[in-house]
Design a protein around this ligand. Structure first.
Ligand SMILES: [Zn+2]
Length: 194
């Protein structure tokens, strides 16, 4: 379905996902995602963040951040429950704005969890590209879940492509330079606070 996508295309869109990643709210595991249609156009993007970001006032922000920091130290799972994942944010952002994600490809900087994988299936997205080098189906903690994601995608005919990106090349300085255009786009569409 995406035969017209060159390796350079995949790398470019992967870079855009890394661009989104740096806005992630979770300092322990920032993740970014962009959805691209078959015409190689950006549909929408997302990062792992609060689901209610737009409604946060200063008082809530302070309360949340205090709680977040405390719980981040004490219970990482609590933090995870508060943070909506990048892939589902990207999909929900697009659908909220009435944009079609069916038959698109999603680029993400971390291999998805099963809940995000379900959201990808449900959305009609047909391909997933990531460059997460940590994926190992034999990992004692995450291996079984990661394998479950692959099995689900295989059954649904969703292709998974793993890119091997030079992570040293995508330091924040370089991204900041590359991403001025997209940063403006994201700000305009309300992804970025301020
Ligand atoms: Zn997830």
């Amino acid at each position: 379905m995406f035969e017209n996508f060159t390796e350079a295309d995949h790398k470019k869109f992967m870079m855009m996902a890394h661009d989104m990643r740096k806005y992630g709210h979770d300092p322990k595991g920032q993740n970014g995602a962009v959805i691209i249609n078959q015409n190689k156009e950006l549909v929408y993007g997302g990062y792992n963040g609060l689901p209610f970001e737009k409604e946060l006032n200063d008082e809530m922000k302070e309360l949340f951040c205090t709680n977040w920091e405390n719980n981040f130290q004490n219970d990482y799972r609590y933090n995870q429950r508060l943070i909506k994942h990048a892939e589902t944010n990207a999909i929900d952002n697009a659908l909220y704005h009435g944009l079609k994600v069916e038959d698109c490809v999603i680029y993400i900087t971390l291999y998805p969890c099963i809940h995000c994988a379900e959201a990808v299936v449900k959305s009609g997205i047909k391909m997933l590209v990531h460059d997460d080098e940590t994926v190992d189906f034999n990992d004692p903690n995450w291996g079984e879940g990661w394998k479950g994601v692959k099995d689900l995608f295989d059954k649904q005919g969703i292709e998974i492509l793993q890119l091997h990106t030079n992570k040293e090349q995508i330091g924040l300085g370089r991204l900041a330079k590359l991403s001025i255009h997209y940063t403006d786009f994201y700000r305009k569409h309300g992804f970025i606070r301020g």
